[in-house]
Each structure stands twice: as C-alpha cells, then as structure tokens.
Design a protein around this ligand. Sequence first.
Ligand SMILES: O=C(O)CCC(=O)C(=O)O
Ligand SMILES: [Fe+2]
Length: 319
Amino acid sequence: MTIPVIDFSKLNGEERAKTMAQIANGCEEWGFFQLVNHGIPVDLLERVKMVSSECYKQEREDNFFKNSAPVKLLKELIDKKSGDKLENIDWEDVFLLSDDNEWPLKTPGFKEAMVEYRAEVKKLSEKLMETMDENLGIPKGYIKKAFNGGEEDNAFFGTKVSHYPPCPHTEMVSGLRAHTDAGGVVLLFQDDVVDGLQILKDGEWIDVQPIPNSIVINTGDQIEVLSNGRYKSVWHRVNAKANKTRRSIASFYNPSYNATIEPATQLVKKLENEEVKFGYPKFLFGDYMSVYTEQKFLPKEPRFQAVRTASADKYDATS
Ligand SMILES: O=C(O)CCC(=O)C(=O)O
Ligand SMILES: [Fe+2]
C-alpha cells in the first residue's frame, strides 16, 4: 500500500475536477498524499538539498555525535545493558527557520536558497488550502483567514530542517516518535532515497515512499477541528536507520497563536447540548500549543478535551 500521488499541475486544465477529487480523497481517506508537478522549480529544490546537506555536515553533524542528548542517553542505556528502550527522545538533528529567528550562517548559499524555497512552499500551501476550502464547501480563503486570525499575514509559517543520522541501535530509539501534527498544513520535502517516514493507516504502519522532488502533504489537528472531523490528522513516525542519514524539510502553515480555531459554521449541523459537549472545541491556537507541547506524543482526543476545559471561561461552550 502506498499513499496517493497527485499531479498538481492538472489542477489548471481539463482534469481539474478529477484532481480536486484526488485531493479530497487524499485529505479524507489518508491525511497524507504526495504532490508531483507542484510548481516549485526543480533547480531550486536541487539547491535546497545541496545547502541543507552541506549545512548539516559543516555545522551540525559533529555536534550531534559529540554532544547531543540522544547520543549521550543511548550510550548510557547501552552501558546499563538493561534491555530498555529510549522512550523520551528522538534520534534527530533539527533546527527551525522562521521569519524572525536566527538561521545557520556559515554555509554559502544556505540563506538565499531557503528564503526562496520558503516563499515557494508558502505559495503552494495557500493554493492547497484553497483546494481544501472548495472541497469542503466553505468560502474561498476561509482556512487562510481563520489561521491568520482575520488579519493579513499573521499566520505562522515555519520550516523545520531535520536530519536523522545513522543510528547504531535502531531497535532502541525512534527517529521521531509517533504523533499527529498540531497545526494546519504540512509540506514535507523528504529525502530522495532514504525512507523512514511511516503513517498509520487502518491499524497498519505504511511507508511514505520517497519520490525525488515531490512534496508530501499532510494535515494537522487544526484542519481536523476546522473541518469538523472530515480531514483527520493522521499518526506518523520516523524510523531510525542503521547506515544512512535521512534529510527532511517540513514546512508548517499554522494558525497564529492568537487565532481562534473552531469548526467552520457551514460544516456544523445544529447540535444538541450533549453533542456540543463531545464535538470539537473552540479555542485560541496558543492555548492548544500549551497543551500540545506537553502531550505531543499522546493521542489527540485528550488534547482537545484539555483545551476545551482551559478555554471554558473564554468561550461559552454551548453557544
Ligand atoms: O521527518 C519527517 O519525515 C517527518 C517530520 C514530522 O513528522 C514533523 O516534523 O512533524
Ligand atoms: Fe509530524
């Protein structure tokens, strides 16, 4: 079984309806799909691969193996010979690029390529959200507007550059523990050849097959809430590999911390009070993130419950 692969360029031609249906199916039945011909220039993608690998080698790799927490903790565990696994840490090197944080500086061309890439992938995420608006039957621009809290360009757009270094004991630690994503839409530029990402589909872990220069799309908890459960966020994880380094660059289009998230009114039938209690909550995304930070690797339902309780005095839950 493999996740759907969708030719995004067909959205503009005769096959628009079919492509929209494929995207709807990807969102509803899978929560994950891959886009090919997505419009991000291949030469830019090639530069992004080059500068991120270079940056990892020059500025990160040494430190990972000499000083990082997962390396130290794994070594301690091996010395103990207890047969335990490392449950609370991931075998990854990761840093975040946003509009207002510090970026790695030493790798020539890194900043230029990543600024360009982030602009392209942000454009793609906005196009994609419009296809979701249309498929859900909500007004064009609804998701973007909700995530921006009604203001222009207020959403959070972050790019997480990850490397999963070779691991001497893949049975003792995960590359990235299973989770659903907190935010909106995630656009992942994964390694051309080294696999490792898996999603949980009908109770089974299946590989997200690498396709060079494709972009893997998945939706987070906020799209689940906004779509009133039509587009469910899906569990995924990364397995550590023994002999290879895997690169992945995940860009997140997330709500701003002060955006209010709730199911779109068009998607909510008039509910009885009891049902309202068990439906999706209404909350500030910042409040959700306070819960998520503590509970990222746990099921999402208790997170929705916790943020409902935390928000009860801000919003009347029955209105
Ligand atoms: O590295 C990957 O392939 C997935 C990363 C991921 O799931 C995340 O950053 O939330
Ligand atoms: Fe994720």
